[in-house]
Design a protein around this ligand. Structure first.
Ligand SMILES: [Zn+2]
Length: 119
């Protein structure tokens, strides 16, 4: 029986939604006291999470939620970095898989049936 792997989950500071940790953007206040966007999820320090969505990032920054969570002012470059991160998805994400719809699948099956006779 395959072991069920528990996916670590975290809560977005803006919308409060609990999501898989890897689906959220982590912002960390390091032991040195500076704020970083943690793309690897491995930086140690106090972390806060936000959905990789403009609405959540704007809210997290705009309402000072991230700042409150991390007890640090958000530097402009972090705010900018978060907004930039929204523009291009994290590089470690698997590529999007193109799924054909059932209708398309049926159609292509139909087509290959017809073609079959000619081969
Ligand atoms: Zn959110």
């Amino acid at each position: 029986m395959p072991k069920v792997r528990r996916v670590p989950q975290r809560q977005c500071v803006a919308c409060g939604q609990v999501r898989a940790k890897r689906d959220l953007v982590r912002v960390v206040r390091t032991a040195q006291g500076d704020v970083r966007i943690d793309r690897t999820g491995k930086l140690s320090g106090r972390g806060a999470y936000v959905c990789p969505e403009t609405a959540c990032v704007d809210r997290a920054l705009g309402e000072g939620r991230l700042a409150r969570m991390l007890e640090r002012e958000m530097p402009d470059d972090i705010a900018q970095g978060l907004r930039d991160a929204m523009a291009r998805p994290a590089p470690q994400r698997p590529p999007m898989v193109h799924r054909i719809t059932l209708a398309q699948a049926a159609e292509s099956r139909e087509r290959s049936k017809h073609r079959g006779g000619l081969l």
